[in-house]
Ligand binder design. Structure first.
Ligand SMILES: Cc1ncc(COP(=O)(O)O)c(C=O)c1O
Length: 388
């Protein structure tokens, strides 16, 4: 019987008795697996006998991670990848072909935008961004060749939310959700009717800033198809060591997420009324138009805050340069608080006009609130504000 999330992150998908009693999952740091004889090799390749062949096709350490992530996201199966982008590209390539169309929520990670552009230019797969704020808007935007709906909620970095239950009712079109900002502790899109969940596991799943990795979770049949095609043949697999590090990180996911969220709440209250802050994007802001969606589908508002500094791009950069505790870096979900300037960093590939439409101004900063004492983070922000 499934236990509570905090217990599942530690115990699900691993039985020490099956691994010499090893408390921690063993690291199978091997590229290939030996066969007892030629016939066994033939049978494994033919799918007549279960067993490992070659680590691009499967690895026992990776499998423990995949099973655990599938369980945490309430999916049937999962696949681990070498990066979040490897997961995004493998899933989208499995779902689309030349002539198809992808309907995308407004505001996605810069490289996801880059990938859509690449698909359009090289493979004739079109895309459109849409607000996704009502059934009518969605129905108007879905074309006869729309092969999938792709959603980031909260969106990076503008924190716009999409009501997943509402979108999932669009029968017949697979709904893919990038759940990176939430992790399965805060939001489980599959339980709301969506079809595939993607993670940049580099972020909260790892939690320690030492791995680049991705995950995709969904129905067994679809995940099996990705595993045999766009993962196996394109080859964006995770290394066993990185899977092992993720298994270590995941055990503390709920504890970390609670702390990230709690810290972010305090910092939101501080930033919200700060005279040098123009506006703020945070799903836990009661004045945010998506607040009701947050309450409905997220456990807490999470650990990310974007805010716009009054002034110019230079003011925002000067502010960043004054920070001492908070590090200037892209990525998020680490123990360390990180700040970045989306317009010149994560979303620099998005043309300025498109960026503006997404709500990414040159004065916008994205803060990934870390696990430090929130008072110390606040003091660092405070001294930086005093120096601009
Ligand atoms: C929301 C989101 N999705 C996907 C990615 C890509 O993940 P990765 O850097 O692990 O390839 C990122 C990276 O920042 C992200 O923020």
């Amino acid at each position: 019987m499934k236990k509570r999330f905090e217990t599942e992150v530690i115990h699900n998908s691993y039985q020490a008795e099956e691994h010499q009693g090893s408390l921690v999952p063993p690291l199978y740091q091997t590229s290939t697996f030996t066969f007892a004889n030629a016939e066994q090799g033939e049978n494994r390749f033919a799918g007549k006998e279960e067993g490992y062949i070659y680590s691009r096709l499967g690895n026992p350490t990776v499998k423990i991670l995949e099973d655990k992530m599938a369980a945490l996201e309430n999916g049937e199966a999962a696949l681990a990848f070498s990066s979040g982008m490897a997961a995004v590209s493998a899933v989208l390539m499995a779902l689309t072909k030349t002539g198809d169309h992808i309907l995308c929520s407004q505001g996605v990670y810069g490289c996801t935008f880059g990938l859509m552009e690449l698909f359009k230019e090289k493979y004739g797969i079109g895309y459109d961004f849409s607000q996704m704020d009502s059934v009518e808007t969605l129905e108007n935007k879905i074309l006869s060749n729309t092969a999938c709906i792709y959603i980031e909620t909260p969106s990076n970095p503008t924190m716009k939310l999409v009501d997943l239950e509402m979108v999932a009712k669009q029968k017949g079109i697979p709904v893919v959700v990038d759940n990176t900002f939430c992790s399965p502790y805060l939001q489980t899109p599959l339980t709301l009717g969506c079809d595939v969940v993607i993670h940049s596991a580099t972020k909260y799943i790892s939690g320690h800033g030492d791995v680049i990795a991705g995950m995709a979770v969904g129905r067994r049949e679809f995940i099996g198809q990705v595993s045999k095609t766009t993962q196996k043949d394109i080859g964006g697999i995770i290394s066993p060591f990185d899977a092992w590090l993720l298994l270590r990180g995941i055990k503390t996911l709920p504890v970390r997420m609670d702390r990230h969220s709690e810290n972010a709440k305090h910092l939101f209250e501080y930033l919200k009324t700060h005279p040098k802050v123009d506006y703020i994007y945070y799903p836990g802001d009661p004045e945010n138009k998506d607040y009701a969606i947050m309450k409905k589908q997220m456990k807490t508002p999470g650990g990310l805050i974007s805010f716009s500094i009054k002034g110019t791009k230079e003011t925002a950069q000067t502010f960043m340069n004054q920070l001492q505790l908070i590090k200037i870096a892209v990525s998020l979900g680490d123990a360390e608080s990180l700040i970045q300037h989306p317009a010149s960093m994560t979303h620099a590939v998005v043309p300025e006009e498109e960026r503006r439409k997404m709500g990414i101004e040159n004065t916008l900063l994205r803060l990934s609130v870390g696990l430090e004492a929130w008072e110390d983070i606040k003091e660092d922000l405070d001294q930086a504000f005093q120096n601009i």
